[in-house]
Design a protein around this ligand. Structure first.
Ligand SMILES: O=C(O)c1cc(=O)[nH]c(=O)n1[C@@H]1O[C@H](COP(=O)(O)O)[C@@H](O)[C@H]1O
Length: 246
């Protein structure tokens, strides 16, 4: 695959098409993550470091990957008092990460936007986790609502607060695009290549559906990380993305 491979038909996805796949490094140690990145090689350009790896030395790996020219998404899903979130976002901005997640609560989003000011870090607001369905929201104490409606409400708040992108299930991406407009990013986990296990995800689609529904980036972990051949799994998803008209 050529490093310069691009998808010029979609203005929000200009650049290397491989960047549209964000590979979740959901593994227990930096050594395993390094080995995985090595196996995936040129097929992976954008990596996500979440709780499991971040709390096991992942910040050092983030620096290493950035130094190698990879993009890094720090998926820390911040949510705390405003001052703490603002200072946390400021520290992540200094690391040189590309994306940082925060939960889509207005105070939290406002603080993160203030913290990253002046840097190239982009804040992504996690609206409703893709492992939640409508019943999970009711169980969590939300007044009868649907995941789709809550995603829409939070996407509107994120837009108004100047957040750079939205994390939602691709099933809501079209509605979110209508709310946030063409320039904000839509990043969708809950992606499952045809025939793969849903695991704990509840609002899932295939890579091609995700792109067709308007996602800028797809987040995929287990279907790549646990594949017998992670490089081939990543390449297959990138191929599917490249063959789907945006
Ligand atoms: O913020 C995220 O990345 C995220 C938000 C969300 O709503 N759902 C979700 O699955 N994620 C993350 O995306 C990844 C999905 O992993 P797999 O289900 O293994 O592909 C995990 O690292 C999750 O932490």
């Amino acid at each position: 695959m050529s490093a310069a491979m691009s998808l010029s038909t979609n203005p929000v996805s200009e650049g290397d098409i491989r960047d549209r796949l964000i590979i979740g490094l959901d593994v227990p140690s930096v050594e395993e993550a390094r080995a995985l990145v090595g196996r995936i090689g040129e097929a992976g350009t954008f990596y996500k470091i979440g709780y499991q790896l971040a709390y096991a030395g992942g910040f050092e790996l983030a620096r290493e990957l950035i130094d190698q020219g990879k993009k890094v998404f720090l998926d820390l899903k911040l949510h705390d008092i405003g001052n703490t979130v603002e200072e946390g976002a400021r520290s992540v901005a200094r690391l040189g990460a590309t994306f940082l997640t925060v939960h889509a609560y207005p105070q939290t989003m406002r603080a993160a936007v203030a913290g990253k000011a002046g840097s190239s870090l982009k804040i992504l607001a996690v609206t409703v986790l893709t492992s939640y369905d409508d019943n999970d929201l009711i169980e969590a104490g939300y007044a009868p609502t649907t995941a789709a409606d809550l995603v829409a409400r939070r996407a509107g708040q994120a837009r108004d607060l100047g957040v750079d992108g939205i994390v939602c299930a691709a099933t809501e991406a079209e509605r979110v695009r209508g709310i946030v407009g063409p320039d904000r990013l839509i990043v969708t986990p809950g992606i499952r290549p045809a025939g793969s296990d849903a695991g704990d995800q509840k609002r899932i689609v295939t890579p091609s559906e995700g792109i067709r529904l308007g996602a800028n980036h797809l987040v995929v972990a287990r279907p790549i990380v646990r594949a017998a051949d992670p490089k081939a799994a990543a390449e297959a998803i990138v191929r599917e993305i490249s063959q789907t008209p945006a």
